[in-house]
Design a protein around this ligand. Structure first.
Ligand SMILES: [Fe+2]
Length: 357
């Protein structure tokens, strides 16, 4: 297109035939549309109303077909009394549609993998001063991603309010601290070593600052997902309520505090477990716990099952399958149907076990 005509264009509108302007304006107003103009004053025949990136020109005498206008909503059931659809006088339809999960789940490609911390090799520079190391190098076909993330310098983090189109995502603080804030979850708070959050799908959040030497472990699905900026919302939200039971995409937000957590006998004899609360918050989609030996000679032998069986040593040492000596930040993935054994646990061993049944 030539520059001249294009630079002359000044926005667009959709012409909507409308037999009752008052009723249509009230209905659209309830959806957050705002009146821009109306005329003539003594007997209105045209009203322009705009909202959500759409401008509608309601015309009493327009001889045009009635359009369908689709509005994307986070939770369609919470809009217009759950009606999902609204018909304006004159036949135009307003459809309320969910913005959808927004991700594609690639086929699972299960494999046995051991990932080693191995000094400073394997780190790559990410955004905002963060360094990344893959803890599931082949990503099991793209179904999962686990990252060891560190921020050597610390300080304010150049983040903005955003959200992720994901199936699930959890963040475990390994060293240092990071200050974060989540939609409807109260004031900003610190994640400290041993603390964990479950970030449910699409929850708005922002990372504010961190200590030098911050290290977190992040695990999510799928490996490739969209991060979307949120321009409409500032955090913390006014209606903040810590511990809020709000459900996001079928999951509740979890803030697990290590300092307040209890170690209890694990399902595996000889081990103690600190349940991170993820299974309860995801209706069993993901289970995550930290394990430590209850005494000398702790050994965990089992057969992996389900989509994911992933472990990561947090401190101490152990031996996987009699041949892999694992230390801090070493991790492993075992495909379903394969037997595995973790033995040779040092007294101070703690390891994170995440399973997706
Ligand atoms: Fe995020």
């Amino acid at each position: 297109m030539e520059a001249g005509p294009a630079s002359n264009l000044r926005g667009g509108e959709v012409v909507v035939p409308c037999t009752d302007l008052d009723a249509a304006l009230e209905a659209l107003g309830s959806l957050g549309f705002r009146l821009e103009s109306i005329f003539p004053a003594d007997e209105p025949a045209v009203a322009v109303i705009a909202g959500h990136g759409v401008r509608l020109r309601l015309e009493r005498d327009a001889a045009v077909p009635a359009p369908v206008v689709r509005l994307a909503c986070r939770e369609p059931a919470a809009v217009a009394g759950g009606a999902r659809e609204l018909t304006l006088p004159g036949g135009a339809r307003i459809e309320l549609v969910g913005e959808g999960a927004g991700f594609e789940l690639p086929p699972l490609a299960p494999s046995y993998a051991v990932s080693r911390a191995a000094g400073d090799g394997g780190w790559r520079a990410g955004r905002a001063g963060m360094q990344y190391r893959d803890l599931i190098p082949d990503r099991q076909g793209g179904r999962f991603i686990a990252s060891h993330i560190r921020v050597p310098a610390g300080g304010p983090v150049a983040d903005y309010v955003h959200y992720h189109a994901i199936r699930f995502q959890l963040i475990y603080c390994h060293r240092g601290w990071v200050r974060v804030v989540y939609e409807d979850q109260g004031e900003p708070f610190l994640l400290e070593p041993g603390d964990c959050v479950l970030q449910p799908p699409q929850i708005r959040h922002r990372v504010l600052e961190c200590s030098p030497g911050l290290e977190v472990i992040e695990l999510g699905s799928p490996a490739r997902h969209e991060t979307r900026a949120e321009h409409e919302l500032t955090l913390p939200t006014a209606a903040s309520a810590p511990g809020c039971e709000r459900v996001y995409g079928g999951q509740r937000f979890v803030r697990h505090r290590a300092a307040a957590a209890r170690w209890e006998p694990a399902a595996h004899a000889g081990w103690l477990a600190r349940d991170l609360g993820i299974a309860a918050a995801t209706a069993g989609l993901v289970d995550a716990r930290v394990l430590r030996p209850a005494g000398a000679g702790a050994r965990l032998a089992g057969i992996a099952a389900g989509e994911l069986c992933w472990g990561c040593v947090l401190r101490g040492a152990a031996t996987l399958d009699g041949e892999h000596q694992l230390g801090e930040a070493d991790s492993f993935t075992v495909p379903a149907g394969r037997a595995f054994e973790l033995a040779g646990a040092s007294a101070e061993l703690e390891w994170l076990l995440v399973t997706v049944p």
